[in-house]
Design a protein around this ligand. Structure first.
Ligand code: SF4
Length: 233
């Protein structure tokens, strides 16, 4: 757990640099984060695409890339995770929930993702990430303003009150064509589900093809829920 003075120092870093980094390139933002936080920096990737993992390998080689291994991922997502771990200069760290899928079923019923998806996300994503982030001062996330209306105001640099870390979003201003061009320009692999038309890829039971213009409209289809809670702050 961070002390009050550590939190104060991190908060003042955000206050000092947020405006300057708002218009900076992803490379500048990631290099700044690496220089500022050193080994206390990590990234997260859901392996929907490899942009953040690849940029980390280029601008912050050896960086820890946290992968939330919920136990419910598509095989295509796990295949991409393995490819990144074996071929990129990053350290992929699997972050797992306290309980296995089987244990969760015993405790909460077979399909918690249907009966109470908020609880399922909390147990399998939100709490494990919070625990993992306690070991860092800052995390890089690949979220983008174009993902959904809920993410339209995402700052490049902010203070994550829930997880008590600096949050860095170098791709905040990127559009989907920019992501596609980056993957093509660097000849990078894709999650094969994108070739089938998926525009946002999460856990298998809660992900379908998009149902509207919103890139995340295929997540939790039929429910009001649009976020797993990782970006609540
Ligand atoms: Fe559970 Fe679905 Fe959330 Fe994954 S996305 S943690 S399966 S509710």
């Amino acid at each position: 757990m961070k002390t009050a003075s550590e939190i104060s120092r991190l908060r003042s870093l955000v206050a000092r640099h947020a405006r300057d980094l708002e218009g900076a390139s992803a490379e500048t933002v990631i290099r700044w984060a690496r220089e500022t936080f050193g080994a206390r920096l990590c990234a997260t990737s859901s392996m929907g695409d490899v942009v953040i993992a690849h940029q980390a390998s280029q601008f912050a080689p050896g960086l820890d890339v946290l992968f939330l291994d919920t136990g419910y991922h598509f095989p295509e997502t796990l295949a991409l995770r393995n490819l990144v771990a074996s071929s990129f200069d990053v350290n992929v760290v699997d972050v797992r929930p306290e309980r296995s899928v089987e244990k969760q079923r015993e405790l909460w019923g077979r399909d918690l993702f249907d009966t109470d998806p908020d609880r399922c996300c909390r147990l399998r994503k939100v709490l494990p990430l919070r625990q993992a982030l306690a070991g860092y001062d800052a995390w890089i996330t690949g979220i983008r303003r174009a993902d959904s209306p809920q993410r339209a105001q995402t700052p490049v640099l902010s203070w994550d009150e829930v997880n008590q870390v600096v949050k860095v979003a170098p791709l905040a201003t990127w559009t989907s064509p920019m992501v596609g061009a980056y993957l093509e320009d660097h000849t990078l692999p894709s999650n094969r589900l994108t070739e089938l038309g998926y525009t946002s890829i999460g856990c298998q039971p809660c992900t379908s093809l998009p149902t509207g213009a919103d890139l995340r409209s295929g997540r939790w289809p039929g429910l009001q829920k649009t976020e797993c809670g990782l970006h609540a702050s």
